[in-house]
Write a protein that binds this ligand. Structure first.
Ligand code: ATP
Length: 471
């Protein structure tokens, strides 16, 4: 039985035993079960509101969860009761450092040492710049820095070994990773995406054909890989085509969730980005996908936070592959807000190709209607009328129409006890009463004044808007 399980069992017999709760809370913190640790320290504080150790541990949990203000409130409460508490000073130092307030962080660290010289913390000192940082290979800022040295050394080694060491193999994998023969990856393919023929062909050209016809590409001196930026209004299938790319491309596929990149600790986002690209390079040929890329590469001129600027710099440098070879990696990014991206992202060799993903045209809507109607009992479907009624709709709007009609038909079936088909008139009525969700996005474009570098993006959208028939 694991240590956690043993303690959990013991707690079942003595749920209000503070010492036991504290032990269990520490065990959860050691294993980074943060929600559980938070709940346990909360229980102790309910029983003993002034419990100093529980307050400090709760502060560490909050800090690990990125809530620096919540953590600071807890620590300051401890210092009001016990102004000489060295552990509180050290934790406050770490909190200020996380908030980028180095002077304050130093102040609290020095105060802790004045109170007790034996509490010196070499990792914190290095992060504060008081002693030279060991090479990145040995030294990274990790959440585990907050835990006691002897309790986390094994875990630290296991989790964060050599984050900037470029030697494969890399243990880390994103949640969405498909190896070439993964059966799961073929669940969605290009045939599940209505329209977008030009985009599908571009993806084939950049990664599928080079893999299938390696010799031919070599003969013509053409390389695979590169960057494609997809942009357009919400719900028009950007995420869907990213997912379908996995089903088409017989190479490694990594889709990166933002939660896998973002991290409250200083320097960690850059490290995570580096690791992601290194993993891709070590597993080339591959497709590397970043949905909602604007969160990772916002325009640096509008970013006040220096950490975020570092993140953008890191992202750009990884895209350049300055340190390594990015050939045979196709990076695809998607965004609803291309105007918010850093212009440097569009330089040659990065996302030099931007593809507007508009609301589906008549042909694409016809395909989507057939995809959505597949496997459903639909009576008297009249494509033409429905195509007309869904003009301007996103794929997501169209899915909503079909989902709503299915719900209503199902409710009828439940009442009558027999299968009730989804009648075409019902689909039509729902569509006619729904306003396309893409309109707000298109209106927003009209209100924007583009800067020079955004012109090309805006032109595409404007051309699309101008081609919409006036009612
Ligand atoms: P957002 O920018 O808000 O993330 P998005 O452009 O990524 O939106 P998706 O999430 O891919 O849009 O689309 C939402 C849903 O709408 C899809 O899961 C799918 O059911 C449907 N859909 C959208 N476009 C298409 C399409 N071209 N073909 C088939 N289904 C589509």
């Amino acid at each position: 039985m694991s240590r956690l399980q043993t303690l959990r069992e013991a707690l079942n017999h003595a749920p209000d035993n503070t010492a036991l709760l504290l032990l269990y809370g520490h065990a959860c913190l050691d294993e980074l079960h943060l929600e559980e640790a938070r709940e346990i320290f909360g229980r102790i504080l309910n029983l003993e509101p002034e419990h100093i150790e529980a307050q400090l541990c709760q502060a560490k949990v909050l800090l690990l969860q990125g809530d620096t203000s919540g953590a600071a409130v807890r620590v300051e409460r401890v210092l009001q009761k016990d102004a000489l508490n060295t552990s509180a000073h050290l934790t406050l130092s770490r909190i200020h450092l996380t908030e980028n307030n180095r002077n304050k962080a130093l102040e609290y660290y020095n105060r802790a040492l004045e109170l007790d010289a034996s509490v010196s913390d070499s990792a914190l000192e290095a992060d504060l710049g008081r002693i030279p940082k060991p090479p990145a290979k040995d030294r990274i800022i990790s959440p585990l820095d907050l835990l006691d040295e002897d309790t986390h050394s094994d875990l630290e080694q296991e989790l964060f070994e050599d984050p900037f060491d470029d030697t494969p193999p890399y243990e880390w994998r994103p949640e969405t990773f498909f190896a070439p023969n993964d059966s799961e990856r073929f669940r969605v393919t290009f045939s599940d995406v209505g329209g977008m023929d030009a985009l599908k062909e571009e993806i084939r050209l950049k990664i599928i054909y080079p893999l299938q016809h390696a010799e031919l590409y070599k003969a013509y001196g053409r390389k695979s890989g590169g960057g494609i930026l997809l942009y357009g209004p919400p719900g028009c299938g950007k995420t869907l085509i990213l997912r379908a790319t996995a089903g088409e491309v017989a190479c490694n596929y990594f889709a990166i969730g933002l939660h896998e990149v973002f991290d409250p600790y200083y320097g960690s986002i850059e490290r995570n980005l580096h690791q992601i690209f290194e993993t891709a390079r070590a597993n080339a040929p591959c497709v590397l996908v970043f949905d909602e890329i604007d969160s990772l590469a916002p325009d640096r001129r509008h970013v006040r936070d220096s950490q975020m600027r570092n993140v953008v710099n890191q992202f750009l440098s990884e895209l350049d592959g300055l340190r390594s070879d990015n050939q045979r990696i196709l990076v695809i990014g998607a965004t609803n807000s291309p105007w918010q991206l850093d212009p440097a992202l569009r330089r040659p060799g990065r996302f030099d190709q931007a593809i507007f993903v508009p609301p589906p045209d008549d042909d694409a809507r016809k395909q989507i209607i057939h995809l959505l109607g597949k496997d459903k009992p639909i009576a008297k479907l009249d494509d033409a009328a429905l195509i007309q009624a869904t003009a301007g709709f996103s794929g997501a709007d169209m899915r909503w129409v079909f989902d709503r009609a299915t719900e209503l038909a199902l409710a009828d079936a439940l009442h009558s006890g027999k299968t009730v088909p989804i009648h075409h008139d019902l689909l039509l009525k729902i569509a006619q009463n729904h306003s396309p969700s893409t309109q707000a996005w298109l209106d927003g474009v009209n209100q924007h004044t583009p800067t020079a570098h955004q012109d090309a993006l805006y032109n595409e959208v404007r051309k699309f808007i101008q081609a919409i028939p006036k009612k």
